[in-house]
Design a protein around this ligand. Structure first.
Ligand code: FAD
Length: 382
């Protein structure tokens, strides 16, 4: 075989082995397709391994997006039930330490668009000893959130797809071009596919610089921290979100009380807005607590992390949670691509080639559902 001949023909080829690529691979094999997945690194190392691991339907606005998130949740539950990767149905708690935060949560619960209910400060304390009781006014519980371990989930799913569903997974394989279903890689290999789905995450510009430039996608950098294990902490503790988080997820924008909360934070803590800081905490098996996060966009993104951001995150977290040991054992950052208005940037750029990137801060939550929706549409167009 010469270098110009394709190594194989597939029904579907996927560029990128992060959660979006894996979601497409799964939904494609479920339909009986022969799938090739090409990932440039030894195993996915992008946003899909650097995130909180929160499957977070409560952050999606009522209607179609919330339904997609719930459908995704079901897919995660299936993976958990089959032992593909560990999935904990931990739920989530939004804590209110300010009257305007409580107002938003109460109004949100009254809208009855999400499966949520209010808790008194006492009831919050009964659910978790992590909540800082000082000044706690109450909280909102949602049962729909899941915890997965992003450090291992993508790898486990890729292995499962390869072993159980015969997906041809090629790691350490950098795709350099895709033209009419013919894929070329940096080491000179070529592959053919009837449909190519480019799921290259925050790196669309290498393969498609002009598409990236006109896409409306922006890059966003987040800083994250992990504590040392906490003694005797309940590993089923719900994810914890703060009042600051209420201005981060669009689901709460439907509340009229939201504006007052946003204005207070803008006025009293402009640096939190400047760095896009809202704080969340998630307990992992073994008792480590993952903490975050910040949001810096576009040209503000530096390869070097800012201690000022970590300090602000920790300062805000100390107001809402209590830990026996605040020692930080790991710090890292992740970058995702985000569209201004869409849950994902999706475009068919050639008859056989689709771009599917830019799931923003909700890719773990939404990818399975978004991929399933895309596949239903593609099948109906046949
Ligand atoms: C710090 C942080 C916290 C987050 N927390 C959450 C959360 O709790 N819940 C949630 O729902 N979402 C969260 N997100 C968002 C979520 O992680 C992302 O939306 C999602 O991981 C994006 O997945 P992806 O597959 O598009 O991208 P990636 O995971 O970046 O995968 C893209 C892959 O494509 C590969 N690739 C790129 N170009 C090529 C090429 N030419 N050839 C071969 N391979 C290529 C890359 O190597 C990479 O592995 C968070 C994100 C970050 C950064």
């Amino acid at each position: 075989m010469t270098r110009d001949e394709p190594l194989g023909n597939f029904d579907v080829a996927i560029v990128g082995g992060g959660i979006v690529g894996l979601a497409h691979a799964w939904r494609a094999v479920r339909r009986g397709y022969r799938v090739l997945l090409l990932e440039r690194t030894q195993f996915a190392q992008g946003a899909s391994v650097r995130n909180f691991g929160m499957i977070w339907p409560v952050g999606q606005p009522a209607g179609e997006l919330y339904q997609i998130a719930l459908q995704s949740r079901e897919f995660w539950m299936q993976l958990g039930a089959q032992g593909v990767t560990s999935v904990e149905a931990c739920g989530s708690l939004h804590l209110a330490h300010q009257p305007d935060e409580l107002d938003v949560l109460e109004e949100f619960c009254k809208q009855q668009t999400h499966q949520v209910n209010m808790l008194t400060a006492q009831q919050v304390a009964e659910r978790t000893r992590l909540a800082n009781q000082a000044g706690l006014l109450g909280g909102m519980y949602s049962p729909t959130e899941l915890r997965v371990d992003p450090r291992t989930a993508s790898r486990s799913i890729a292995q499962w797809l390869a072993v159980e569903h015969q997906v041809e997974c090629r790691f350490n394989t950098h795709v350099t071009s895709v033209v009419e279903g013919r894929i070329a890689t940096a080491d000179g290999e070529q592959w053919n596919a009837d449909r190519v789905i480019v799921c290259s995450g925050s790196d669309l510009q290498t393969l498609y610089p002009s598409e990236f430039a006109s896409s409306g996608l922006k890059l966003c950098k987040l800083q994250m921290l992990r504590t040392v294990p906490q003694e005797g902490i309940d590993e089923k503790t719900p994810h914890i979100a703060s009042g600051l988080t209420l201005r981060h997820y669009t689901s709460f924008e439907s509340c009229s009380a939201h504006r007052k909360l946003r204005e207070r934070i803008q006025k009293d803590s402009p640096l939190l807005d400047h760095y896009g800081i809202h704080v969340m905490a998630s307990v992992f098996p073994g008792g480590e607590v993952v903490l975050g996060d910040s949001h810096e966009y576009g040209e503000d993104i530096s390869p070097f992390d800012k201690t000022e951001i970590d300090d602000l995150i920790l300062q805000e977290l100390r107001k809402v949670i209590q830990l026996d040991d605040w020692t930080i054992q790991q710090r890292w950052h992740g970058i995702y691509a985000k569209h201004g208005t869409l849950p994902v940037f999706e475009k068919q750029i050639e008859p056989k080639v689709h771009l599917f990137v830019g799931t923003g801060g909700a890719g773990m939550t939404m990818s399975f559902g978004l991929a399933e929706q895309a596949w239903q549409r593609w099948e109906s167009e046949k």
